[in-house]
Design a protein around this ligand. Sequence first.
Ligand code: UD1
Ligand code: CA
Length: 464
Amino acid sequence: MESKIEFSTIILAAGKGTRMKSDRPKVLHSICGNPLIKYPLLAAKQAGASNAVIVIGHGSEEVRLALKDEDVTFAVQKEQLGTGHAVMVCEEAIKVRNQPVLILCGDAPLITSETISDLVQRHTLEKNSVTVLTADFDEPFGYGRIVKDGDELVRIVEEKDATPEEKKLKEVNSGVYCVDATYLFDSLANVGRDNAQGEYYLTDIIKCGKDAGVKVGWSKVSDHDEIMGINSRQELAEAGHIMRLRILDELMTSGVTVVDPQSTYVDNGVKVGKDSILDPQVRLEGHTVVGEKVILETGNIIINSKVGDGTHLKPYCVITESELAEETIIGPFAHLRPGSTVKAKGKVGNFCEMKKSVLGAGSKVNHLSYIGDSEVGQGVNIGAGTVTCNYDGYNKYKTIIEDGVFIGSGTNLVAPVTVGSGAVIGAGSTITRNVPSDSLSLSRPEQKVLKDWAKKRREEREKK
Ligand code: UD1
Ligand code: CA
């Protein structure tokens, strides 16, 4: 077995991203639920990067905040004097000098951990001082071009500095490199800014390497999508599309049916168990975890929620920060707001809303009801149009409905109130006091019957 190669990573993320026309730093624009910067970071970590340094500048506080839960170090580049300068500011942060450094761009989210592993391995096997990841583009405009002598990489020339001949070259610099740490910082010390943009170009370390007689290598990635950098909103959408199809492809490979990948949106990091079915227009966001054999019909939007095995979500439900246990049946058109839990085999039907409430195992609230700040026990039946009146304009109060209760349709439960186990509430009641177990509570005026009233009215109208 080959031994694991230790390497650090630097991710460049100080640039402004002028073409995004945004107040937000470019690397914090999102695809598939995560800011761009998270993707290269994740890929580097998956490939085994032992430590990550993020170069920040524009919007540095926002970038720090977005990465506050990640194990990374920040290096601040106060003035954006070029990619070479950006790496120079990491000199302090890269403490281990006898191992390679992987350099990635924070605005290129599609790089995979496999490509990174291949690059680092090739770099090590070939004993290079620097290895560049390249790709062929039919339309290489804007990228640095790879200038070779036969098979040997000689230098990289930027679009703005290239001769008409060089501009015709189709092999481009991906902006991804593996470089020995000592060589990296030594060579950067010799890089100047005598070029069309007046910047310190990181790419100049190639020519420096050639001049110094160290080994310079390259590795070409077959799928050039991987190196796509985001510079505009159009490219953001394009990269989002590619990432989305990748996520769905992985789900399908693991045994999930995705009926129409073109219209299904699953965030990076969402989990879906095997034999679950995602119908068109399903959207799964954030930290959502869907179990096995779950049916998600058209139009379900599920955000940061857990969906238990065997659950059936009928069309058009919105579920946020909630938990559904096994074999629940939800919808169509149900709205579960944060803090809702439906226990095993619970049912929440059409036009029902729940918030910060537990619906016990096997309990049903099937039609047009609002259940807020409530604890509902097992085997409870809540009739159509029942409302927990949980708010008095100032404070929220709890409703407790114990096991086996039957609540008639059109009931108002004015919280705080408890309905004891096994009790029955007559339809149309407004319940303001606690209901003892096994009792019947009714709170509606006695029905008046005026005999023949309707008939007389009809006859009177006909006389006119
Ligand atoms: C760079 C490469 C080019 C390559 C392309 C791939 C150089 C000189 N050119 O060009 O050969 O084909 O990437 O996408 O390296 N950044 C900083 N600080 C700076 C400047 C840039 O952190 O002072 C960051 C940016 O935020 C971005 C990355 O570095 O994440 C690349 O910078 P960018 O200006 O987009 O470089 P390109 O001109 O695209
Ligand atoms: Ca770029």
